[in-house]
Design a protein around this ligand. Structure first.
Ligand SMILES: NC(=O)c1ccc[n+]([C@@H]2O[C@H](COP(=O)([O-])OP(=O)(O)OC[C@H]3O[C@@H](n4cnc5c(N)ncnc54)[C@H](OP(=O)(O)O)[C@@H]3O)[C@@H](O)[C@H]2O)c1
Length: 338
């Protein structure tokens, strides 16, 4: 977030919090930002210190549950809040309780929060006061399948397989994320009962489809640092027109003008999609293939979980809510090779 905001011509960072680095310069926590943010130091996190800095907008990037109250207080004080955690993504408090294990303390605010996926919520984002920035795997899943959902081609269940790099797990190391354990590994996680992000994907795809859509997500940890690849499998009903030509038209009509979705034709494009082609950027690359004999459509998306899956997408939604150009601070090519 701090890296991306440096190149945003409409935004100036006036405050950043950290418990561990309070009072210290930004590069103590983020050595790649050495030489930038020379006049900014981390503050202890508190509503008073935020109000004193008097920002127009606040990005909350805390583990879920930690900033729920602070977010509510900041919204109450009139600031635009973009929350990157899962706290305000689910509209139904009972679904929130099912996946996060506690009653939501601010169910009324769930109603007001706008799910921050610009490709499907752009109009509502224009007047948002609280933006619930989507989960990285949910973003990958929804973007992969949205054109099928809005066309009525989705029936039954969408099975999403996600492969994700280690930075999805946040900054705190654990035994399973320690380098000797993670390097070279390809392993499933959240094996029993599905992945939390499927609830968000169900909510948003059902809304697009105008009927309940079931989503089941299987997640795999791979050894790269950044990137998530979603493969979303859909079985189409017998007799449905699910030729590649039709499916491709659906994708082209939904995403043709999207600034950050790059469609890759499965036959005509000489190279397919890969997380390696989006690293460091706000782009999400999408392709789709049809197995007509089996009646299966598989849609794939690749994104950088820390940019289109987190900070970049949050800035994109913030740009829309603030009335800035949507691409501001975000329109540059990925690193390659990375
Ligand atoms: N990583 C991803 O790919 C990704 C993608 C989309 C959304 N998100 C969501 O975005 C949020 C931030 O993600 P992250 O990967 O940066 O998570 P993280 O590393 O687990 O947490 C971010 C920071 O929050 C602070 N923090 C942790 N516990 C706290 C507490 N109890 N009270 C106050 N501050 C606390 C820590 O900073 P200090 O110790 O310096 O205070 C920590 O560095 C999470 O909700 C995450 O689910 C993450």
């Amino acid at each position: 977030m701090l890296r991306l905001l440096l190149f945003h011509r409409e935004a100036e960072v006036v405050y950043a919090s950290s418990r561990e680095y309070a009072g210290k310069p930004i590069h103590f926590a983020h050595p790649h930002l050495r030489g930038f943010y020379r006049s900014l130091r981390f503050s202890q996190l508190s509503i008073d210190s935020i109000l004193k800095a008097d920002p127009d907008a606040v990005f909350m990037a805390l583990p879920h549950g930690v900033g729920t109250r602070l977010t509510a207080e900041l919204v109450e004080s009139g600031m635009l809040v973009v929350d990157l955690s899962a706290d305000y993504r689910l509209k139904d408090p009972s679904v929130y309780k099912e996946w996060y294990g506690v009653e939501h303390p601010y169910p009324d605010l769930l109603e007001k929060a706008v799910y921050g996926l610009p490709e499907i919520r752009r109009d509502e984002l224009k007047s948002a006061k609280l933006i619930a920035s989507p989960g990285c795997n949910a973003t990958a899943a929804i973007i992969a399948v949205a054109p099928l959902a809005s066309s009525g081609l989705l029936e039954g269940i969408v099975v999403v397989d996600v492969k994700a790099g280690s930075s999805e797990a946040g900054g705190k190391p654990a035994r399973s994320s320690h380098h000797p354990e993670r390097e070279g590994s390809i392993r499933p996680y959240s094996v029993q009962g599905g992945h939390r992000h499927q609830a968000e994907a169900e909510q948003e795809l059902s809304r697009l489809a105008g009927k309940p859509i079931k989503v089941s997500m299987a997640a795999h940890a791979v050894s790269s640092v950044r990137g998530a690849l979603a493969s979303a499998h859909v079985v189409v009903g017998e007799g449905a027109d699910a030729s590649l030509e039709r499916v491709w038209r659906l994708y082209a009509s939904m995403y043709g003008k999207e600034p950050f979705v790059r469609l890759v034709h499965p036959v005509l494009s000489p190279r397919g999609i890969d997380v390696k082609y989006v690293i460091g950027s706000n782009f999400v690359d999408v392709t789709v293939g049809v197995d007509e004999k089996a009646g299966r459509i598989t849609a794939y998306s690749a994104l950088d979980n820390l940019v289109k899956g987190a900070a970049g997408q949050a800035i994109q939604a913030f740009n829309i809510a603030m009335g800035f150009k949507e691409e501001e601070g975000l329109y540059y090519p990925p690193l390659h090779p990375a």
